[in-house]
Design a protein around this ligand. Structure first.
Ligand code: SAM
Length: 295
């Protein structure tokens, strides 16, 4: 698997509001572990940010690996679960050709509409269905290949999503699941205790923050056979400075009383100075698992 360095941009933060709405087992009993608490300016902007992210070389590299590992062939059927703005479904559509079937499942209506619009503009055969990882709108053994990228970290019940993936795969069908693991987040430079509290704030505000390390176990328990596990550190470009994420999360850390406003300012100053001198490192590691359904 490639190990290219990229800016983490949007995936350095939990972003999905829909996950909160769709997650059926989420309850007020677990208020700290929920998807997106951040306001966003609108879906179009979100789509733009995702496009930016998709254009980054590292994400391209990881996705190339996923497509190579899945090796979707003409005539096959492939599904992308939580397909966002649809780029990977378009790639699947090209791979399966006119005799195959490529579909994206997406609960967010704006993302779904954007993906459909793009497919139409590209004259792609990619199809999109409104749906949820907890209850995929397909019968059993419908697909030869499945992809699920950066979705499970937003789910309160990822095992149910894994069971759905196993259900819709044909015997011998392949899946790649990718996700970040926020326990691997690094923020440098800065006071270690303050940094710890900021990362802890990020972790407690992500529904399934350690998703990355759990992927293999999750798929194994769903009855799938693990074929390959890889990782990929998303390292923010040093020229990007402290970035918006640390500013936002550290403000949240102040709001929850984990750090003081002065500590936050000192951290942001340290990061800006680090950026100026080239001594800055902001990263999170993403994990990817290739698995298949036994014959
Ligand atoms: C970080 S985005 C990733 C999008 C896309 N997979 C990609 O890699 O560009 C998370 C996606 O998961 C979708 N999502 C959130 N909750 C979901 C659920 N319960 N079932 C299926 N998709 C969900 C969101 O709408 C969003 O498109």
């Amino acid at each position: 698997m490639p190990d290219t360095l990229v800016r983490p941009t949007v995936d350095m933060a939990p972003t999905d509001r829909t996950a909160r709405d769709m997650a059926p087992t989420h309850s007020t009993a677990t208020p700290a572990r929920r998807p997106d608490r951040f306001d966003r300016d609108g879906h179009d902007q979100l789509i733009d940010v995702r496009d930016l992210q998709a254009a980054l070389p590292g994400i391209h590299g990881l996705r190339s690996w996923a497509h190579e590992a899945l090796a979707v062939a003409p005539g096959e059927s492939a599904v992308d679960i939580g397909s966002g703005s649809g780029s990977e479904v378009l790639a699947f559509a090209e791979a399966v050709g006119p005799t195959g079937h490529a579909v994206g499942v997406e609960p967010d209506p704006n993302l779904l509409a954007a993906a459909e619009r793009r497919a139409a503009e590209a004259a792609s055969t990619a199809k999109f269905a409104t749906g949820d990882a907890y209850g995929l709108p397909f019968g059993p053994e419908s697909f030869d290949a499945a992809l699920c990228e950066r979705v499970l970290q937003h789910l309160t019940a990822p095992a149910r999503a894994a069971a759905e993936i196993a259900r819709v795969l044909r015997p011998g069908g392949r899946v790649v699941v990718m996700d970040s693991d926020w326990g691997t987040a690094i923020v440098h430079p800065g006071n270690r205790q303050v940094v710890h509290q900021v990362i802890e704030t990020l972790v407690t505000n992500t529904t399934n923050p350690f998703s990355g390390r759990r992927l293999s176990g999750l798929l194994h328990r769903a009855g799938l056979v693990i074929d390959e596990v890889g990782s990929h550190a998303l390292v923010q470009d040093a020229g990007f400075g402290a970035g918006a994420l640390v500013a936002r999360i550290s403000a949240m850390a102040v709001a929850r009383g984990a750090i003081t406003e002065q500590q936050r300012e000192d951290l942001l100053t340290d990061l800006e100075r680090g950026a100026e001198s080239g001594d800055i490192h902001l990263s999170v590691t993403m994990f990817a698992v290739l698995a298949h359904k036994p014959e």
